[in-house]
Design a protein around this ligand. Structure first.
Ligand SMILES: [Mn+2]
Length: 322
């Protein structure tokens, strides 16, 4: 559980004269993107100069958002504070890790397993649906009942989108609190249909072709998996998020699959992987063996282990845990 009073106080202790940078994990998903932008907008309303840091490669996902508070790089010529959102290990920040190292103070707000306690202050709730839900509770805490809410239509829509993304349209990891928060966001003007359309229901024909190739390549050896290879011309230029977030979401829903692995062999020989569990097998522990992590039922990694070694390790792990 997060003590939102203390989180609010911690944010208020940041001096307004110092820039606040907010960044999520590399290969940003919609929870990470919308939470970063929403928090930047909330802090701006409170009088801060706040920016959401998003990699150029992830900007294609923001075409439906106002990105006036988004930066792709930051020139560290003045002091700044750093908030790590939707990630709890600085190495997950990718290119922005160096900024974390050089920040005056660091705050982590997240809902993932693991974590290295590298931030000065950490606010982590592993049982909550999404980082966007955490930011919604924070907004509630900030709100003074005598004044207008900090939540406007835009911020509410961003947070609603983040929750929808991590819950697969309010389908998984949803609690009664999640629905109360969603209701509050709708009350403050969130455009729910627009948000879900943009984060969950936006498969185009090209992506349907990619998905059909993935379905055709499903294999089984103690667990179900698909191996894709960037050396295959078809997959050479397809964005990571299209494969791992958008298309893969359909594969995870197959009801007769217990553990699902999706592996992409990159051009440099490394392998990006995600693991999903529809049973009691904890895939976070498995992803950790490859230097990654995530949640018990959904985790990811990047490794230089060969695909043969990865498949063998996952297979023996699944057999042990069954
Ligand atoms: Mn998340």
């Amino acid at each position: 559980m997060i003590d939102y009073k203390i989180l609010k106080q911690q944010l208020e202790l940041l001096p307004q004269s110092t820039v606040v940078l907010i960044a999520g994990h590399k290969n940003a998903d919609y929870d990470s993107i919308t939470s970063c932008i929403a928090l930047a907008k909330i802090l701006s309303k409170l009088g801060y100069t706040a920016y959401a840091l998003i990699e150029k490669a992830d900007m294609d996902k923001t075409y439906w958002l106002d990105t006036s508070c988004v930066l792709n790089t930051y020139d560290e010529n003045q002091e700044f504070n750093f908030i790590m959102l939707d990630a709890n290990r600085k190495e997950r920040l990718g290119r922005f890790e160096q900024l974390f190292d050089n920040a005056r103070t660091t705050i982590c707000i997240d809902h993932h397993e693991g974590g290295n306690n590298e931030s000065k202050y950490s606010f982590i709730d592993k049982d909550i649906s999404s980082t966007a839900e955490i930011i919604s509770h924070l907004a509630n805490e900030i709100d003074d009942p005598l004044h207008n809410s900090i939540l406007d239509e835009e911020i509410s829509t961003l947070l609603y989108a983040g929750i929808a993304a991590d819950t697969n349209s309010f389908y998984k990891r949803v609690t009664s609190q999640t629905m109360l928060v969603a209701s509050m966001l709708l009350y403050h003007g969130a455009n729910g249909t627009f948000a879900i359309k943009n984060v969950c229901k936006n498969l185009c024909l090209r992506e349907a072709t990619i998905l059909s190739k993935m379905f055709n390549n499903i294999q089984f050896d103690s667990f179900h998996y698909v191996v894709l290879d960037r050396h295959d011309d078809f997959f050479k230029d397809i964005p990571y998020s299209t494969i791992f977030k958008k298309c893969a979401a359909y594969l995870y829903e197959l009801i007769d699959v217990n553990v699902f692995g999706l592996f992409l062999i990159e051009l440099d020989g490394s392998v990006s992987g995600v693991l999903r569990s529809n049973c009691d097998i904890n895939v976070d522990g498995l992803a950790t063996e490859f230097g990654g992590g995530g949640h018990k039922k959904a985790a990811g990694f990047e490794t230089y282990e060969s695909i043969e070694v990865i498949l063998a390790k996952v297979k023996s792990y699944v057999q042990e845990q069954m």
